[in-house]
Write a protein that binds this ligand. Structure first.
Ligand code: IFM
Length: 437
């Protein structure tokens, strides 16, 4: 690793992240059925039909996992609270589920780790999915209730909170592309989810403020939008991609307005009186999180709006097939700060790579990936971007959604037969960078 903690401004936080359904083991502790459990049963939806029933058994092994966060030299741990664990049907409380996060947060504090909570990282209670999930406004109201429950129990001990992880994935990837649960794929469902998820962010942020929870932010995903060719239509397609992927939530959260070009395409699929919700979505935020992995080389496919496709680019790729493009992180940080967030502190809330390493191997590709992206952060800071932290995804190999357990994002290898954790060379490299500097 060519960079160390000492290269970053004083107080810069280093964190590592996981999410509830991806590691905990949803079969334990009275958690309710989620739309991912249902999606996993759909033939062909999830690799090998894998689900999160056992995952990394973090539900029982969390003390060992938090020790690894501490020993890796990380200042903070970004985790998520499962709605279906705390409220199995989305409405009524499972005290055992809430008690789990109570112990987990205390466990972080006992080890000197700052708890960075995300309230929703994708495991919607099936009972709410049955009533329309994110295509239905009622889910937003239920999410506000869930937020209040979490805020009252944990809020006094959290370092920071983001309501929804990667709203684009929750809405568009899952309701328009159909690649994630619940696997819907119409423009109408996608559009309605895009609005309801934005509103869920805003309502939850307001509840967190009312409950006096400090440090309320967001964790939103971005991709560098690059036209695949210099043809006019591909340049316009990249702009459309940028609008849906990068500017929709950013515009709503920081300007109180959706981008006009996307609204035009969404047309009359928007829910009635959506305009009345914009003030709620446009909440003051204490920080803004950016999840960054790659770029997208966009082409116009012709046909129905938005008519977007991608081509494979020339750069080296991770096991996800994602191009490694650190410059995109520097560029996005600069653009977001300049055009939207200004003085609001930014935080890289996810960054990492899937790589099929084996314990004991060098893990050189992941070390290089992390190093290049940390350097990209430094470049942004040098130009004046108020970047205050960086999060490596992920602490552990885990359930990579539709790709099951095959893709390994962890700094720590997990043997899914024995649940043995083995730190990879990248974990040790990060630990040295964070403790030697
Ligand atoms: O594993 C996911 C995570 O749940 C959300 N952000 C991207 C990661 C890698 O695909």
């Amino acid at each position: 690793m060519s960079v160390t903690r000492a290269d970053f401004p004083a107080g810069f936080l280093f964190s590592t992240a996981t999410s509830a359904y991806q590691i905990e083991g949803h079969g334990f502790g009275g958690a309710g059925r989620t739309h991912w459990d249902t999606f996993a049963r759909r033939p062909g939806a999830v690799l090998n039909g894998d689900d999160g029933a056992v995952a990394c058994d973090h539900y029982h092994r969390w003390p060992e996992d938090l020790d690894l966060v501490r020993d890796g030299g990380f200042d903070a741990y970004r985790f998520s609270t499962s709605w279906a664990r705390i409220m199995p049907d989305g409405r009524s409380l499972n005290p055992e589920g809430l008690a789990f996060y109570d112990r987990l947060v205390d466990g972080m504090l006992d080890r000197g780790i700052k708890p960075m909570a995300t309230l929703y990282h994708w495991e919607l209670p099936q009972a709410l999915s049955d009533k329309g999930g994110w295509t239905a406004r009622d889910t937003v109201l239920r999410f506000a209730d869930f937020t209040e429950v979490v805020a009252r129990k944990l809020g006094d001990r959290l370092h920071s909170v983001a309501p929804v992880n990667e709203p684009w994935c929750v809405a568009w990837l899952s309701h328009y592309h159909g690649h994630h649960a619940p696997g819907l794929s119409t423009l109408r469902d996608g559009v309605r989810a895009m609005h309801h998820v934005a509103l869920a962010h805003g309502m939850a942020a307001a509840v967190l403020r009312d409950e006096r929870v400090p440090n309320v932010g967001a964790a939103t995903n971005f991709e560098a939008a690059l036209p695949a060719t210099d043809r006019e239509i591909d340049i316009a397609a990249a702009e459309r991609f940028d609008g849906i992927y990068n500017r929709w939530f950013l515009g709503a959260m920081f300007r109180g307005a959706y981008p006009d070009d996307v609204l035009e395409g969404f047309g009359d699929h928007m829910p009635d009186r959506w305009q009345d919700d914009m003030a709620t979505i446009h909440q003051p935020l204490d920080w803004f999180g950016i999840n960054y992995y790659t770029c997208n080389r966009v082409i116009d496919t012709g046909g129905e709006w938005p008519a977007l496709g991608s081509v494979v680019g020339p750069l080296p790729k991770t096991d996800m097939g994602w191009e490694i493009y650190p410059q995109g992180l520097t560029d996005l940080l600069g653009w977001i700060a300049r055009d939207y967030t200004q003085e609001t502190p930014l935080f890289v809330t996810e960054n990492g790579m899937a790589h099929a390493d084996v314990p004991g191997a060098e893990d050189a590709a992941r070390i290089d990936f992390l190093d290049q992206h940390l350097q990209a952060c430094l470049k942004a800071i040098e130009t004046g971007v108020p970047l205050t932290g960086y999060t490596a995804w992920s602490l552990l190999d885990n359930f990579e959604w539709a790709l099951g357990y095959e893709k390994r994002f962890g700094l720590i290898h997990v043997d899914y037969d024995t649940q043995a954790r083995t730190p990879k060379a990248s974990y040790h490299a990060m630990a040295r960078a964070l403790t030697d500097g």
